[in-house]
Design a binder for this molecule. Structure first.
Ligand SMILES: [Zn+2]
Length: 509
């Protein structure tokens, strides 16, 4: 080496904390002679790794298939090994020795998570687009790892404010680094409809625009808010997420939180309107009419397009905060109530949810909704997302075999001020309720952090709310409970925050 290069500092500081880490002597030096060796089925993983390494180091690392093996060079080997009984779904083993880096797993997803760990063992400058003056020394180590929960999610509300593709992709990048696998996308609400539906163009022509937002002083700010994703945009983001082994769960919130929906199609309400896309927040009394057959036709048509666009088996249909006031005075809703032999107004919601759940399952999909959908009569197959209210009631449903995702609002709603929900509170929240017997733990599919965007208007503020609390949620979703430790997390967080800075991402506290 003729040019004097700065030596990078590698350390084993990984979030989420892996199941097992055994440090070894020596180091692997990443150079422009390093070769990535891979199975044909891991081509996308290899390209993902290559892109990041090339961008930071300036080395153009070749990707070759195994075999043949180039004995002279130092190599990074990516391999699916489905005979290895020790490896678990989404798990991986990573072995860094002075001559080679070996990542193996039983699925491509597992290999992907091994790559994320490797990236965190590399110095933070690996997240830079230009750090060509470094010697890339990587400490030797052996890691065996797998997740605690199959569902590790993050929800973004883009109805209240619209952030757009680039912001979403940056979030997906971080989710990938932190081994999240579900991106729940809240695309419709009272204040805006953000997804193109070809059969009902007014949803975006009218529903994606509002004239302003009510300030805390109760005045209209007069700043218009608009924006939506075309179906082509969605496909682009779905592919981007899929390359990172993240499934996108779309949410169309029905039958409440539908002011933007019925502003576009007022005939689907009980009163017929007219309505405006809402400029204020909170629970809105205008909801879909459950009496009219047309409501079901339109909602099913919308879900037909959603299913066509999104590969996810699970489709989120909201179902939160739905007042019954309009149903009470609506002749169509009253007829429905009598005809179906429903006892009370509130039963109209479970009737609605079950009809949509049946429709979705006829299309090979599964309904997910907020915990307000819970009801003894609710379709057994529906997944419940717990956010608020009586946990004991939810525990009863879990004991009856209901699958649940945990998003307890005071712990993992990332829009809350840090004063109310400090990092340690988010970190210490455990998605498995204390009172739940072990044999039912399998019904808790995982944890999901949520960002509601009523008061989050731009990217900087969004990232400030999300980080570092999302990093804490990542550890809860992945790391075994007994290995979690806040002091250790805080130390590792320092290193992770450096990575965020290099990636140009804002963070709070
Ligand atoms: Zn009605």
């Amino acid at each position: 080496m003729t040019l004097k290069k700065e030596r990078s500092i590698s350390e084993i500081s990984i979030i989420p904390e892996p199941v097992k880490i055994i440090p070894e002597d020596g180091e692997f030096i990443l150079t422009n002679k390093t070769v990535i060796l891979t199975d044909a089925q891991l081509k996308k993983n290899a390209e993902f790794l290559k892109k990041i390494l090339t961008q930071a180091t300036g080395f153009n690392l070749p990707i070759k298939e195994i075999p043949p093996r180039d004995k002279d060079s130092n190599v990074i080997i990516l391999k699916v090994n489905d005979n290895n009984k020790k490896l678990k779904p989404e798990g991986y083993s990573l072995h860094i020795s002075p001559t080679e880096i070996n990542i193996s797993a039983i699925t491509p997803a597992g290999v992907f998570y091994g790559i994320q760990t490797l990236l965190q063992i590399l110095p933070p400058e690996i997240e830079s687009s230009n750090a060509t003056n470094l010697v890339w020394a990587i400490l030797c180590v052996k890691i065996e790892d797998y997740p605690r929960f199959p569902w590790r999610g993050f929800m973004l509300d883009e109805s209240r404010h619209f952030f757009g593709k680039d912001v979403v992709k940056k979030l997906l990048d971080q989710m990938a680094r932190l081994k999240f696998n579900k991106f729940h996308w809240h695309l419709t609400d009272d204040q805006g409809w953000r997804i193109e539906i070809k059969k009902y163009p007014l949803l975006t022509e009218i529903g994606s625009k509002r004239k302003g937002t009510i300030t805390p002083q109760n005045r209209l700010d007069g700043i218009p808010v608009s924006g939506f994703y075309s179906q082509n945009d969605l496909k682009e983001i779905i592919d981007y997420a899929a390359e990172r082994f993240i499934t996108i769960i779309p949410e169309i919130d029905v039958p409440g939180h539908t002011t933007a929906f019925i502003a576009s199609y007022p005939e689907l309400s009980c009163t017929g309107g007219p309505f405006e896309v809402s400029t204020h927040f909170g629970i809105h009394r205008e909801v879909l009419c459950i009496g009219k057959e047309k409501t079901f036709q339109v909602v099913q048509d919308i879900f037909d397009e959603i299913i066509e666009i999104f590969p996810s088996e699970i489709i989120h249909t909201g179902g939160d905060e739905t007042p019954t006031r309009r149903w009470k005075r609506c002749p169509d809703c009253q007829t429905r109530l009598n005809k179906e032999g429903l006892e009370k107004l509130g039963d109209l919601q479970v009737y609605f949810t079950n009809r949509i759940a049946d429709y979705l399952s006829s299309q090979g999909c599964r309904l997910m909704g907020w915990n307000e959908i819970l009801n003894e009569k609710l379709s057994k197959n529906a997944v419940c997302q717990y956010w608020f209210g009586q946990i004991l009631e939810v525990i009863d449903h879990i004991r009856n075999g209901r699958d649940v995702i945990m998003s307890e609002m005071t712990a993992v709603y990332l829009n809350y001020p840090y004063k109310i929900t400090p990092l340690i509170k988010t970190y210490q929240y455990d998605p498995i309720p204390n009172d739940l017997e072990e044999k039912y733990h399998q019904y808790i599919l995982g944890i999901e952090a949520c960002l509601w965007a009523e008061f989050v208007k731009d990217r900087k503020r969004l990232e400030w709310q999300v980080f570092p609390r999302l990093i804490a949620v990542a550890e809860t979703g992945w790391t075994p409970k007994k290995k979690k430790n806040f002091n250790s997390f805080e130390k590792r967080l320092d290193s992770y925050l450096k990575r965020l800075e290099i990636s140009g991402i804002n963070y709070g506290q």
